[in-house]
Design a protein around this ligand. Structure first.
Ligand code: ADP
Length: 602
């Protein structure tokens, strides 16, 4: 059926409307989808923002926890107008108000109660320069603070605020001041110590110089006294004169011992006593000592014996002369402080410790030592009670020197004693490695014979050759010439170094009176202290001119360094005044070309 036109038109409109609706529905659906997507996006963004804000808050809490937790450090965050943005709990507690009160206040007012910032405000400097500012700040309340203002720089380079930390360093400062004060006091004390040490050293040098001078002054006349006493002992016929001369000699020996002790003590105190190290026979040394002390023991009717605990090394390395000196002192004391009975010396090797030791026990049956001063006897000048001093005399130097020597040699001296029963002094010295040292298994009796012969021989040592004696002292000149001539030498004398040069080099000499110019001197005995030209200069000059013969220094300067001074000048040996005739002759004989002639004893 055909529809009327109007109806067809309506149908056409209706169809188009439907199409439009369909189209609009599509676009609405599209919009819906877009909206859903936008919603989803927004929700994710919001979630992200929440997360970000949460992490920001967490960071804030962590920052606060860190900044609150730095013990004793006040932290404050200010903006460019110096207004407080945040302060840590340390500062809040210190100021006694909560953070909320501080926030927004100018920091100079809230913290220091000022109306304006101070001139040296590090916060302002950090804001101005954009760099960290550090310094110390002393407050009127007496406290001192270590300040650090740290600028917060934005990406565009602008400073948006400052974190200022302040640490109370008052205690540290006080400690530093105290330390500085004590360092200054210490410096002062050191200075004073240096001054007093310098004074003490100067005094010590003066003392040493005095001792050396005194020693020289005393030794020079003693050379003559002792030497002539020696010669007179041989010559004097009358018993009384002989006794008198022997008394002179004994007393001179004693005086010389005393001078040597005082010199030794001075040298030891000045750390000026060089020690030798050489192979030393313990058996021979003890024998020598006992033989030397025999006369004293016999005078008191004391028996002397020596025991060796075998096997005994034939030698060990030590300073033989000092070992002898120590033993002489110990045996001398044993004899001195024993009135009846005897003295025993026991020689043994003690291997019980980590290092083996050579031990010498000097055992006496004497008065013994009370326990209350058994340690004091090693102090210089200590001599026990008054009655002991009165009865036995002495200087109180021997043991202190002996112990210091023993210690300088790496050992020591110990004592055991019972009053009324006797004492045992033990000298222990490091024996060194004895592995390759031959051992003695029994006491070598033949040593006694050879020692006896040697001692007997030394009394009659003869010397041959021409000796130039350079000596200005007339007494000593006569004495030494006499000793040398009696022993067989031809002697020429020079009064000083200049004369010695003239006589040793006749071509320089105007007056040839002093000897046969064609015959060179076999030995020159040179006193070191003389007028015109001293022995040092003369020796140096002789050596410079090519004199190769022996020059032996003869001097009353008996300090250790004096010996070295003589050797340095060119001398071959050093003989200290006063001379011991036998020792003197055997030293001379050693340097003369022909071996000394040994005469049989008369
Ligand atoms: P001196 O014997 O010249 O007085 P020492 O230093 O040798 O000096 O001795 C110091 C002191 O030690 C002596 O005065 C004495 O009282 C005591 N003494 C030393 N050795 C012995 C000993 N063998 N017996 C008893 N007393 C001793």
């Amino acid at each position: 059926m055909d529809l009327p036109e109007s109806a067809r038109q309506m149908r056409r409109h209706g169809d188009r409307g439907c199409e439009d609706i369909a189209l609009q529905t599509d676009s609405l659906e599209q919009i819906n989808e877009d909206l859903a997507r936008a919603n989803e996006y927004l929700e994710t963004e919001i979630a992200k923002r929440w997360q970000f804000e949460a992490s920001l808050r967490k960071a804030e809490r962590e920052k606060a926890a860190i900044l609150n937790g730095i013990a004793g450090v006040c932290v404050i965050h200010v903006d460019p107008e110096l207004r407080i943005l945040w302060a840590n709990s340390v500062l809040c507690e210190k100021l006694g108000c909560p953070l909320t009160t501080l926030e927004g206040q100018p920091c100079y007012k809230a913290v220091f109660g000022r109306d304006c910032p101070c001139l040296e405000c590090t916060v302002r400097a950090a804001l101005r320069t954009g760099s960290i500012q550090q310094g110390e700040q002393a407050l009127p309340d007496g406290t001192t603070w270590l300040i650090c203002s740290n600028p917060i720089q934005e990406e565009n380079g602008q400073v948006s605020g400052v974190i200022r930390t302040a640490l109370d360093i008052t205690e540290r400062k006080q400690m530093e001041e105290r330390l500085a004060r004590s360092a200054a006091e210490l410096r002062q004390a050191n200075e004073a110590l240096r001054e007093s040490t310098a004074r003490a050293e100067a005094a010590n040098r003066a003392k040493s110089a005095f001792l050396a001078n005194m020693s020289h002054e005393i030794r020079t006349p003693m050379t003559a006294i002792m030497g002539f006493a020696d010669l007179l002992t041989d010559e004097a016929d009358l018993g009384e004169v002989r006794d008198a001369v022997k008394t002179m000699k004994r007393n001179s020996d004693h005086l010389l011992g005393l001078i040597s002790d005082i010199l030794d003590l001075a040298n030891l105190e000045a750390g000026n006593l060089p020690l030798q190290r050489a192979a030393c026979s313990p058996v021979e040394t003890v024998r020598d000592v006992l033989r030397a002390m025999q006369v004293r023991a016999e005078a008191k009717r004391l028996a002397m014996a020596c025991h060796y605990r075998h096997p005994m090394p034939i030698a060990f390395r030590t300073d033989p002369a000092r070992l002898r000196q120590i033993l002489v002192n110990l045996v001398g004391n044993a004899i001195k402080f024993t009135d009846t009975g005897g003295i025993r010396v026991m020689v043994r090797v003690d291997s019980s410790g980590s290092e083996s030791q050579m031990c010498f026990d000097v055992i006496d049956m004497g008065i013994g030592i009370p326990s209350n001063y058994i340690h004091d006897i090693f102090e210089p000048f200590f001599q026990g009670d008054e009655s002991t001093i009165r009865q036995y005399g002495g200087s109180g130097l021997g043991l202190s020197i002996a112990r210091r020597l023993a210690r300088a040699m790496g050992g020591d001296i110990h004592v055991r004693s019972r009053p009324g029963e006797g004492s045992t002094f033990t000298l222990a010295l490091p024996s060194g490695n004895l592995q390759d040292v031959p051992l003695l298994n029994e006491s070598p009796a033949q040593l006694v014979d050879s020692d006896d012969k040697r001692i007997a021989a030394s009394k009659t040592t003869r010397v041959e050759g021409r000796v130039l004696l350079v000596e200005d002292g007339l007494d000593n000149q006569r004495l030494i010439r006499l000793i040398l001539q009696k022993a067989g030498a031809k002697v020429a004398v020079a009064m000083n170094g200049r004369e010695a040069l003239e006589q040793a080099w006749p071509e320089l000499q105007q007056d040839h009176s002093a000897g046969d110019a064609s015959e060179p001197f076999d030995l020159i005995l040179m006193d070191m202290q003389m007028p015109v030209m001293d022995g040092y200069e003369a020796t140096r000059e002789l050596r410079r001119r090519g004199y190769t013969g022996p020059i032996l220094a003869l001097t009353a300067h008996a300090m250790t360094h004096d010996r070295q001074k003589c050797l340095d000048a060119g001398c071959d040996e050093f003989i200290a005044k006063p001379i011991d005739r036998d020792q003197f002759l055997s030293t001379i004989a050693h340097f003369l070309p022909a071996p000394p002639v040994q005469c049989p004893p008369k």
